[in-house]
Ligand binder design. Structure first.
Ligand code: GLC
Length: 542
C-alpha cells in the first residue's frame, strides 16, 4: 500500500509519536535510532496509525534531548545518517504511513554555527543580531537585561566573555533566535523545503507560540497575562506561520503543520489555525484534564467551539514526552487534582498514592474516548502498551535539564521517556540487542507489558488500541451530539449511529441506550450496563 494522495488526511489522522531515543535501538549503543524505527514499521502498520511524528533527530549536543539543534539539515550520528532517514521516509510511505518531523524554531543549540559566529563577533554586530544579545543592567552591566526565568529553572540569560548577555527561554545551550531578523525567517523556510523535498509530510512546531518577542524585552510583572505578554503568543507569530503555510502549499500533496503551543486561551490558540496558517495544534487543555466527567465534557465543548470559528479540526492527546504518563495520573485520587498543566508533572503528583490497576482501567477507557472524538488523535509511544511513568529512576540516571537546572529539586521528564519493552523477560526487553544497556533503566515489571506478550492477548492494551484504530476508520465527518446521561457518565453520538459512552465516575453502572449493540468495550460490562472507569463503543439502531 502506498500513501494515498488525499489532501485532508490530517483532519482525522491517528499520529503516533516516536520518541526516537527510546523507541528501538538497532546498533546497541543504548539509544534508539532511525534503523530501529525502520525495523519496527511493521508494528506501526499493524497498529493502524496514519502517521508517525519523530522527535528531533538532528545533530545536537543533546543538552535537551535534541531540542538543541546544531544542524537542521542532518541526522545526529547517534541516531543514524541522512541516507537512513531517506530510507525511513521511503519505507514508511510504502507502508501507508506519513512522516512528521519536529522543527525547533525558537532556539538553536549553542553549538550551531550561527551562535558560534555570534560569540566570535562584536556586540551589536549582524552576527549577534540573529540571536537576542543585550547589555546587562546595573553597574558594569552585571545584572541580566530583565527578570525572565528559564522554563527549566534559573535566569533566562547567560553572560558571555565580552560582558553581553544572551536570552535562552530554555537551557543555556538553547539560545533564542531573533525572529525579527529576516535572515532567520529565510533560513527556516529553506529548512522546511530541505525536508519537504525529501518527502517529509509535515512538521510539529516546537514552542510555536514563543518565537516572537517584544523587542524592548521588558520585565515580566505580576500583572502580565497572555494579552501583551513579552514572549508568549505575540501577534507577530502569525505572519511567520503564514509564510510557512505558503511553503507547505507549494507541495503536492500539501505539507502540514501541528503547533506545540501551551496556552490558556483556546480562542487565541484557534487563531494559529486560520485557513492560511497552521493545520492543527496539540490540545493541551484536554491533556491536562483530571479524570472527572464535567471537566472532560467542558473541555470537549470548549475545544470544538473555539475551533469552529476557524474551521480547524480538533486534536486529542493524553500523553507526550514532556508530561507524566496518563496511566500514572489517572491512577491517583483525582479529588485534589485541578484541571491544568501543574498536574502533569511528577513533583505535583508524587505524594498521592498510585494504583496501577485503576490507572490501567481508566487508561483503557480514556483510549476509547480519545479515539472516538471527532478530529485527530495522538498516541505517545508506549501508551498502547499500558506503560506507566517510571518514578523511581536512580538520581544518577536522570538527564532532563529540568533536574539539573533546578539543582535536583524538580525531577523532570525522564520517567515518561524510558525505552520501550518489545520482547523477552528482562531488560533491555528487545529495545536493543541482548547485552545492551538502555540509556534509562527499564523496570523489570515491564516484562508483563512487552509488545510481544500483548500481541496475541485479546484483552491487552495493545489489542484494544488496534481494534479501536481499525474501527474508527468507519467514522465519517466531525459531528458530535451528546446523549442524555447521569452525572459522571459521558455519552455521545458521532453520526451514522456510532456511539461512545464513558462511565468516568458514576458508582451506579449505566444502562446503554435501548437497542445499542456493543462494538468494543474497555472492560467487562455488567449485563448491558457500563461500570465505573469503563468505556464502550456501540452502534445505535438506525
Ligand atoms: C518543547 C519540547 C520539550 C523541549 C522544549 C524546548 O516543549 O516538547 O521537550 O524541552 O520545547 O525545546
Amino acid at each position: 500500500m502506498f500513501v494515498a494522495n488525499t489532501e485532508d488526511w490530517w483532519r482525522n489522522a491517528v499520529i503516533y509519536q516516536v520518541y526516537i531515543r527510546s523507541f528501538a535501538d538497532h546498533d546497541g549503543d543504548g539509544i534508539g535510532d532511525v534503523a530501529g524505527i525502520r525495523a519496527r514499521l511493521p508494528y506501526l502498520e499493524r497498529l493502524g496509525v496514519d502517521a508517525i511524528w519523530v522527535n528531533p533527530w538532528y545533530p545536537s549536543p543533546m543538552e535537551d534531548a535534541g531540542y538543541d539543534v546544531a544542524d537542521y539539515r542532518g541526522v545526529d550520528p547517534v541516531f543514524g545518517t541522512l541516507a537512513e532517514a531517506d530510507g525511513l521516509i521511503a519505507d514508511a510511505h510504502a507502508r501507508g504511513l506519513r512522516v512528521i518531523l519536529d522543527i525547533v524554531p525558537n532556539h538553536t543549540s549553542s553549538a550551531h554555527p550561527w551562535f558560534q559566529a555570534a560569540l566570535a563577533a562584536a556586540p551589536h554586530s549582524a552576527d549577534r543580531d540573529r540571536y537576542l544579545f543585550r547589555d546587562g543592567r546595573g553597574p558594569g552591566g552585571d545584572r541580566p537585561p530583565n527578570n525572565w526565568i528559564s522554563a527549566f529553572g534559573g535566569p533566562a540569560w547567560t553572560r558571555v566573555t565580552d560582558g553581553q548577555w544572551y536570552l535562552h527561554l530554555f537551557a543555556p545551550g538553547q539560545p533564542d533566535l531573533n525572529w525579527a531578523n529576516p535572515a532567520v525567517r529565510a533560513e527556516f523556510e529553506s529548512i522546511l523545503r530541505f525536508w519537504f523535498d525529501r518527502g517529509v509530510d509535515g512538521f510539529r512546531i516546537d514552542v510555536a507560540n514563543r518565537v516572537a518577542k517584544d523587542p524592548a524585552l521588558p520585565d515580566l510583572t505580576a500583572g502580565t497575562d497572555e494579552a501583551g505578554h513579552p514572549y508568549t503568543d505575540r501577534d507577530q507569530v502569525h505572519d511567520i506561520y503564514r509564510g510557512w503555510r505558503r511553503v507547505a502549499d507549494e507541495y503536492q500533496p500539501p505539507r502540514v503543520f501541528t503547533a506545540e503551543a501551551w496556552m490558556d486561551n483556546q480562542d487565541r490558540l484557534a487563531l494559529y489555525l486560520r485557513p492560511d496558517e497552521l493545520h492543527t495544534a496539540f490540545n493541551f487543555d484536554f491533556l491536562t484534564l483530571p479524570w472527572k466527567a464535567a471537566d472532560i465534557r467542558a473541555s470537549v465543548d470548549g475545544t470544538r467551539s473555539a475551533l469552529a470559528a476557524v474551521g480547524a479540526p480538533a486534536t486529542w492527546v493524553l500523553s507526550n514526552h514532556d508530561v507524566v504518563r496518563h496511566l500514572s495520573r489517572f491512577g491517583r485520587p483525582q479529588e485534589t487534582l485541578g484541571h491544568g498543566p501543574r498536574y502533569v508533572y511528577l513533583n505535583a503528583l508524587a505524594d498521592l498514592p498510585l494504583d496501577i490497576d485503576l490507572g490501567t482501567r481508566r487508561s483503557r477507557a480514556a483510549a476509547l474516548l480519545l479515539l472516538a472524538l471527532p478530529g485527530g488523535a495522538y498516541v505517545y509511544q508506549g501508551e498502547e502498551l499500558g506503560l506507566w511513568e517510571v518514578e523511581d529512576l536512580p538520581d544518577e540516571a536522570r538527564q532532563d535539564p529540568t533536574w539539573i537546572q533546578s539543582g535536583h529539586r524538580v525531577w523532570g521528564r525522564d520517567g515518561c521517556r524510558v525505552p520501550l519493552p518489545w520482547s523477552g523477560d528482562a531488560p533491555p526487553f528487545g529495545f536493543g540487542p541482548a547485552g545492551s544497556y538502555p540509556w534509562l533503566p527499564q523496570p523489570p515489571a515491564w516484562k508483563q507489558l512487552t509488545a510481544e506478550r500483548q500481541e496475541h492477548e485479546p484483552e491487552s492494551m495493545l489489542s484494544l488500541y488496534r481494534e479501536a484504530i481499525r474501527l474508527r476508520r468507519e467514522l465519517r465527518g466531525e459531528s458530535l451530539r451528546w446523549l442524555g446521561s447521569p452525572p459522571g457518565v459521558l455519552a455521545f453520538e458521532r453520526g451514522g449511529g456510532f456511539g461512545c459512552a464513558v462511565n468516568v465516575e458514576a458508582a451506579e453502572p449505566w444502562p446503554l441506550p435501548d437497542g445499542a449493540t456493543v462494538l468494543l468495550a474497555s472492560g467487562p460490562l455488567t449485563g448491558a450496563k457500563l461500570p465505573e472507569d469503563t468505556a464502550a463503543w456501540f452502534s445505535l439502531p438506525g
